[in-house]
Design a protein around this ligand. Structure first.
Ligand code: NAP
Length: 271
């Protein structure tokens, strides 16, 4: 395959992804040759996702050290992974309708969750804060991009939180939010492609509920020896209680990306 064919294939892939977002004219981001081929291979499966019966596609991403930490004990995660992964994360934001983060991430990082590093529309921001402990002054609640704050239905408060709309959800059996219901609420708003960006507790809760279609884990050649854990799941009694999924690997700058085709698999330890 020569460079022209590679670029044409990647451009077609990108056009298909953008069409799925309803976005028009989003150009292929700074990529040609080998990089475009890698993008086509990595992101191609997102162009024709086999949709689960609930009609929602869910991708998650975590960047971790080689010894499985996503941040220091004090919550500093910037930056565990290479700049290439920052760009990759912003591409994933651009390719989904909604981006979900947990309250811990907003508290620690005060993120904007926009697509400022790539071409493409910023997704609707969805913050999970069961007990509504986050103050309205966080940047994600300042407006500019539509934002939902998702809280437990039994928690009192106004219908707005800063510029964000408050969405009340029932609790699940563990007292957290009912994530299957959350996906249905998002689908009813036309948000059928959802990106879960962290942290480890939130990604773990989606995995434990069997609600992840695809998981990108980016492993940096970094040893921290302490810090916040990556995925958090109920305790496994034996190795087969975990999830084994088909995997592909990609080099991403100095890091390695593991692309896990979870297809809504649920770990036995969470059943
Ligand atoms: N390296 C990376 O890829 C990456 C990505 C994102 C964040 N981070 C880092 O990770 C740290 C935060 O991660 P984390 O794992 O501690 O926290 P988190 O996943 O961001 O947030 C966890 C909190 O969010 C709420 N929450 C999430 N899912 C919920 C659900 N289904 N139901 C109810 N509440 C839910 C809960 O708040 P309540 O306790 O109020 O119920 C929970 O304690 C930060 O230091 C951040 O910098 C790293």
């Amino acid at each position: 395959m020569d460079q022209g064919e590679i670029s044409a294939g990647a451009a077609a892939m990108w056009a298909a992804l953008c069409a799925r977002r309803g976005g028009v004219g989003t150009p292929l981001p700074h990529a040609d040759g080998a990089q475009a081929a890698m993008l086509a291979a990595l992101l191609g499966p997102l162009t024709v996702p086999p949709m689960a019966p609930d009609g929602v596609w869910v991708t998650a991403h975590l960047a971790q050290s080689l010894d499985g930490r996503i941040a220091t004990m004090g919550g500093v995660s910037q930056w565990i992974s290479d700049r290439a992964d920052i760009i990759h994360t912003h591409r994933l934001r651009a390719l989904h309708h909604a981006i979900i983060v947990g309250a811990g991430t907003v508290a620690a990082d005060d993120p904007q969750l926009t697509t400022r590093e790539v071409h493409g529309e910023s997704p609707v921001r969805v913050v999970l804060d069961t007990e509504r402990r986050l103050p309205p002054g966080r940047r994600v609640f300042e407006g500019g991009v539509p934002t939902l704050l998702v809280v437990a239905a039994d928690v009192p408060g106004d219908e707005r939180h800063g510029a964000a709309e408050v969405v009340a959800l029932p609790r699940n059996a563990q007292g957290g939010l009912d994530l299957a219901q959350l996906l249905q609420r998002l689908r009813m708003r036309g948000l059928t492609h959802v990106f879960v960006e962290g942290g480890g507790v939130t990604v773990g809760r989606f995995l434990a509920a069997g609600l992840l279609d695809r998981l990108h884990i980016v492993v940096a050649p970094l040893l921290l020896g302490s810090g916040l854990p990556s995925l958090v799941l109920p305790e496994a009694m034996k190795p087969e209680d975990g999830v084994r999924a088909p995997v592909r690997t990609f080099g991403l700058g100095a890091d390695t990306l593991f692309d896990l085709a979870l297809a809504r698999a649920r770990p036995a330890c969470a059943a």
